[in-house]
Design a binder for this molecule. Structure first.
Ligand code: RDZ
Length: 294
């Protein structure tokens, strides 16, 4: 018969004293690789899988209930002082205000996005408006914008026009890069009610945070308003186009509200980067010379 494991003083070790190792699901276990997980924050995992809420079960709690310590019982195990709760578990039992606010925001986000997803399918309440929403989708897609900027550059016969279009191209490429980077890092799945029938999507577009259409809408509309001389009604139209395009992403079921809200913010900030790094024949002569040789 195997002899019980003993500590350094020769006392038998207690298998269930709670001060030992870290197993999956235990408070001390830091599962998930530390990656930010929207679903985990909401505690909506598959049944049978321990989520964060499961950590609060009394039997797992690192904070002892009154009278529940094995001190009352006789034997060598009762003399071992209770292990202090790991820092991580203490934090779990006292979620910060920020964590509670984030969980609540995400819960509201999912609920609202589902409610607004009225064009998510042909059978949805506003299913007949789906073709119009998909037309809007094409109007904010990266391909037509890239082709449009390239075409404009090819046709432009003034230095000023070329400079603006070169910067538009730079803005669009920067946007594609940043959105792909953030989508790949966050990896938030698109809403369950989304149909993946999008016009020309690349692999990272299976993720939804942030909305690439929303970033492009904010970036392009800010760009246009700054560099094109337009009458007031047309300026209003540009802003409306951006807002309606963002809303259509949620109505189509492609995105949650927070994907679009963050996308607008990111696109708005991207324009500030473009403005700061504004390319001219003086600071980026190579680009303009190369283009002229085409
Ligand atoms: C491959 C190119 C040039 C653009 C991809 C455009 C696209 C499919 C973006 C996804 O937008 P959402 O994140 O709003 O769904």
């Amino acid at each position: 018969m195997p002899s019980p494991r003993r500590n350094l003083e020769g006392r038998p070790l207690c298998a269930s004293a709670g001060g030992g190792g870290s197993s999956p699901g235990s408070p001390a276990h830091g599962g998930g690789g530390g990656r930010f997980e929207f679903q985990a924050l909401l505690g909506s995992r598959a049944p049978g899988v321990d989520g964060p809420s499961a950590r609060l079960r009394a039997s797992d709690s690192p904070v002892p209930r009154r009278g529940s310590f094995p001190l009352a019982g006789a034997g060598p195990c009762s003399q071992a002082p209770p292990a202090p709760p790991p820092e991580e578990a203490r934090l779990d039992l006292n979620p910060s205000f920020a964590a509670i606010a984030l969980r609540s925001l995400l819960a509201i986000d999912l609920w609202l996005s589902k409610k607004l997803g009225v064009c998510a399918g042909e059978g949805s309440p506003w299913g007949s408006a789906r073709p119009l929403m998909k037309l809007l989708e094409v109007s904010g897609h990266g391909i037509p914008w890239l082709l449009g900027a390239l075409y404009g550059l090819a046709r432009s016969d003034s230095w000023a026009g070329r400079e603006v279009l070169m910067n538009l191209l730079f803005a669009l490429l920067l946007d594609l890069l940043l959105v792909a980077l953030i989508k790949g890092l966050v990896r938030r799945r698109r809403p369950a009610h989304n149909q993946m029938d999008m016009f020309f999507a690349v692999s990272v577009d299976r993720y939804s945070f942030p909305s690439g259409h929303a970033t492009r809408a904010a970036l392009a509309s800010r760009f246009i308003l700054k560099h094109l001389v337009l009458a007031i009604p047309l300026r209003v139209l540009v802003v409306l186009w951006a807002l309606v395009l963002g809303l259509s992403r949620v109505m189509l079921g492609r995105h949650n509200v927070t994907d679009v809200a963050f996308g607008f913010l990111l696109g708005y900030m991207q324009y500030s980067i473009v403005d700061y790094c504004w390319l001219t024949p003086h600071n980026a002569p190579i680009l303009f010379v190369l283009w002229n040789q085409q």
